[in-house]
Design a protein around this ligand. Structure first.
Ligand code: UDP
Ligand code: MG
Length: 155
């Protein structure tokens, strides 16, 4: 199974969408193996958004991402990285498909409710960036046989 990182951004926190977003992932069948609030700062954002640091909108993105604490989630499941990216939708919420978190709940490119890791490699890096030792919990939900067939559950 894969473990992926989701951040409920200040846009989601401010708008009272924490429960809605977590509920979607729970209903899908993903296991929450890590969850906490964290106030981000410039250092971690420059690392996390290293690919965007030189873009003109970066100062605005940094202001937005530090406006309130974010909710950090580590979600586990078969193909969890791709599944969660699909549930997240396109970066610009106005273009994101209905049925996705951004498509259903947002109107903005920047204020787009959630971050989700974009590859298994980045997911491993990002889970380690946002969670410390002892903050990821390895447990097997008793519902697993109703979510996967045995072969899938072992993958
Ligand atoms: N972003 C923005 N304007 C842009 C591109 C990105 O404000 O033109 C913000 C937006 O909040 C996005 C984040 O920067 O979620 C990270 O960008 P990325 O291209 O990694 O998109 P994502 O993976 O979040 O869909
Ligand atoms: Mg990205």
């Amino acid at each position: 199974m894969e473990t992926t990182l989701v951040l409920i951004k200040p846009s989601g926190v401010q708008r009272g969408l924490i429960g809605e977003v977590i509920s979607r992932f729970e209903r899908k069948g993903l296991t929450i193996v890590g969850m906490k609030l964290r106030q981000l700062d410039s250092r971690i954002l420059r690392e996390h958004y290293a690919h965007l640091v030189d873009r003109p909108f970066f100062p605005s993105l940094e202001r937005s991402m530090t406006a309130t604490p974010v909710v950090c989630l580590a979600l586990r499941g078969v193909d969890a990285v791709g599944v969660v990216r699909q549930m997240t939708g396109a970066t610009n919420s106005r273009l994101a498909q209905p049925g996705t978190i951004r498509g259903d709940l947002g109107m903005s490119g920047q204020e787009n409710i959630v971050h989700a890791s974009d590859s298994p490699e980045n997911a491993a890096i990002e889970v380690a960036r946002f969670f410390g030792d002892g903050e990821i919990f390895d447990y097997t939900p008793c519902t697993l046989p109703a979510i996967y067939d045995p072969e899938e559950a072992a993958s």
